[in-house]
Design a protein around this ligand. Structure first.
Ligand code: HEM
Length: 184
């Protein structure tokens, strides 16, 4: 079940509908993205900090929150630049972000509302700064692509761990899931 990050990105770009116009628009607003990134980080960590479970994760080591602010600002800016025009480097970076969250035990129930917070706070700032609806759409799409990476990493990494631990084949594992799901 090893995931090819580049292929996954291409599939998500198509499925979510991130167009070349979206990419051009994001790049044209990269400076604005950089400018508002620290404010978005403030909203993001205030939101996570209000949840006792996530707050405990955030503060489990002393320098974690500081490191996270830096990486969040980078992540946010990269959504505008696309790093290598949304190529292999972008895909690898997003995959690695996903894997980091799986390792810490952060699942979909944490990540989905967190990304919704980003989308909501960006929308507010877009309005304040009189930015176009087209930019809002492009940003929502790239946020959903990044979210898909974190969610998919959760499935891929946990499935791979089960296969490694049990020695089951991928076919058997998928059959067990299908059979199990039909009994729920
Ligand atoms: C919109 C969803 C999220 C985004 C975009 C995001 C972004 C990031 C990035 C860019 C990193 C650095 C990855 C690396 O080191 O390569 C990171 C790490 C991390 N994130 Fe998130 N994150 C999200 C959701 C969450 C949530 C919900 C939590 C819950 C507490 C969380 C907690 C952490 C922690 C603890 C680390 C590792 C920090 C460290 O010790 O280095 N993240 N995140």
């Amino acid at each position: 079940m090893a995931l090819d990050a580049s292929t996954f990105l291409i599939t998500m770009v198509k499925r979510i509908g991130l167009t070349d116009q979206d990419k051009t628009l994001l790049k044209a607003n990269a400076d604005w993205g950089k400018e508002i990134a620290p404010e978005m980080a403030d909203h993001f960590y205030a939101y996570l900090g209000n949840d006792p479970e996530m707050n405990a994760i955030l503060n489990s080591t002393e320098d974690r929150i500081h490191r996270l602010r830096v990486t969040f600002v980078e992540w946010f800016y990269e959504m505008f630049t696309g790093m290598d025009d949304w190529g292999d480097a972008y895909a690898d970076r997003r995959w690695r972000i996903g894997v980091v969250h799986v390792r810490i035990g952060i699942g979909p129930q944490h990540v989905v509302p967190a990304m919704a917070t980003v989308v909501r706070e960006v929308s507010k700032r877009l309005k304040t700064d009189n930015k176009s609806e087209a930019l809002q759409d492009a940003l929502s799409r790239i946020c959903m692509i990044d979210l898909a990476f974190i969610e998919q990493a959760y499935v891929e990494v946990s499935s791979a761990a089960v296969l490694k631990e049990t020695g089951w084949t991928e076919g058997l594992f998928k059959r067990l899931i299908t059979t199990g799901a039909s009994g729920v």
